[in-house]
Design a protein around this ligand. Structure first.
Ligand SMILES: Cc1cc2nc3c(=O)[nH]c(=O)nc-3n(C[C@H](O)[C@H](O)[C@H](O)COP(=O)(O)OP(=O)(O)OC[C@H]3O[C@@H](n4cnc5c(N)ncnc54)[C@H](O)[C@@H]3O)c2cc1C
Length: 418
């Protein structure tokens, strides 16, 4: 069966590896002319690490990233609202891994080429047009320089082409651009001394002003340093015009640094961290409304093409990886391609739509907003502001929605092992 995966990002490459593990040999068609290690930090939650572990990638991931030990929420004064252990420290069989997105992508690309062969990842193939039917046909254009064109007819198309998906646009031509909620994220990495446990991820602030921080490099950690990924976030009027989302747009930190000038916590000097970053990237907080259908005969969607979501709760890459597993399992279980794609959609569409909606409502970060509303001037002890049970319930509810509560995960051990 000739399978075309459109888009060689995180989801597309994991789909290629997962399908290969089930005996298929798909081809990845990627728009860019050259795959470069782009992006800053990204998180893989235990449910996604489970899938990558089954694909034999656990040790490589741990050699590059950080096995995150704890997650903490603070208010804007750096007072602790909530702490929970994460990954192995929380009793999971799989770690949570904070990693450089470019390294993760590079690792997946190298494995895809090694296992499937170099001719199975074709760069310079930007999907320009799609014809559905008994055997779908894809028309590609090489965007850089040449404008060269190529057409491919195949048995199955997987649209893994991200938030601006051309495959999705074919089925939803009137959808328009992603929806912006008014928040802007400034993202960067800074090398410095480790903070908190050295393997801690934290968020500070509230819905209108937030700072997210976590280390992402094992190599730095092993020599007593921290390569810290951070995200500064401010909220504006969503009706104000804003440039199209581009993961690689660099900006001047003057746009947001003054707002964080007073955020010098006992355990981390945030203005100093911001000042010391070499490059800062800007990205608007966007997503799309969930759609009722991803699978159309022999064509389906996955990852950000299917369910772009706010980067809240660390689920963007993880959910794309879960899609990849579900797709490969469905196709391995049913020779009828359309029925398999329908089963995949039945399995994944509703849960991911629930996460999109939960993230619009702040996901697990609700605890920060709750502390801001109840104690805007800060607090001595969090118990004066919120009971432990209340905070725990918010954290537990999100884990269930996103599918990484421990009980659900343990039952899936080894599911995708080839
Ligand atoms: C360059 C880049 C940097 C990123 N950096 C970060 C980061 O630092 N932190 C973070 O949390 N998330 C980052 N993301 C987003 C993150 O990778 C995704 O949200 C998540 O991993 C879901 O993966 P995905 O495969 O669905 O989408 P993506 O990883 O976005 O992959 C989509 C792929 O499709 C390709 N593509 C797009 N249109 C076409 C087309 N018409 N034809 C063929 N190919 C096409 C793109 O070039 C890309 O390689 C980044 C994405 C990109 C593309």
């Amino acid at each position: 069966m000739e399978i075309a995966i459109v888009g060689g990002g995180i989801g597309g490459l994991v789909a290629a590896l997962a399908l290969h593990a089930r005996g298929f040999c798909p081809t990845v068609y990627e728009s860019v002319a050259e795959m470069r290690q782009l992006g800053v930090g990204i998180n893989l939650l235990p449910h996604a690490v489970r899938v990558l572990d089954d694909l034999g990638l656990r040790e490589q991931l741990l050699a590059s990233g950080i096995a995150t030990a704890e997650l903490l929420y603070f208010n804007k004064f750096g007072q602790k609202i909530w702490r929970e252990p994460r990954g192995i420290e929380a009793g999971y069989a799989w770690p949570q891994i904070s990693i450089h997105r470019g390294h993760l992508h590079g690792l997946l690309l190298a494995e895809t080429i090694r296992r499937l062969g170099p001719d199975r990842v074709l760069t310079g193939h930007h999907l320009a047009e799609l014809q559905d039917g008994e055997r779908p046909t894809l028309h590609f254009v090489e965007r850089a320089n040449t404008g060269k064109r190529a057409s491919v007819t195949c048995d199955l198309v997987i649209g893994a082409d991200g938030i601006h998906s051309a495959v999705r646009r074919h089925f939803y031509p009137d959808e328009g651009p992603p929806v912006w909620n008014g928040a802007i994220l400034w993202r960067a990495m800074t090398e410095g001394a480790p903070f908190l446990s050295g393997r801690s991820m934290f968020m500070a602030g509230h819905a209108n002003q937030k700072f997210v921080c976590y280390p992402i490099s094992r190599e730095h950690h092993d020599r007593g340093r921290s390569l810290t990924n951070w995200v500064a976030e401010l909220r504006f009027d969503p009706d104000r015009p804003f440039a199209r989302e581009d993961w690689n747009r660099q900006v001047d930190r003057v746009a947001f640094l003054p707002a964080f000038a007073g955020w010098r916590f006992d355990w981390l000097d945030i203005p100093a961290l911001i000042e010391a970053a070499k490059e800062v990237y800007e990205y608007p907080m966007v997503d799309r409304d969930p759609v009722p259908r991803w699978s159309f005969g022999r064509i389906t969607l996955m990852g950000d093409a299917a369910h772009p979501m706010y980067p809240i709760g660390s689920n963007g890459a993880s959910q794309a990886i879960l899609d990849a597993e579900a797709l490969a399992l469905a196709l391995g279980a049913d020779d009828d391609v359309a029925a398999a794609l329908q089963a995949y959609q039945d399995n994944r569409l509703a849960p991911t739509a629930a996460i999109v909606r939960a993230n619009r409502n702040q996901g697990p970060e609700q605890v920060m907003q709750l502390a801001e509303e109840r104690a805007p001037q800060g607090f001595e002890k969090i118990e004066e502001v919120a009971a432990t049970d209340e905070l725990e319930a918010i954290a537990a509810r999100y884990k269930q929605i996103a599918g990484f509560d421990r009980a659900s995960l343990d039952s899936l051990a080894g599911r995708s092992r080839a």
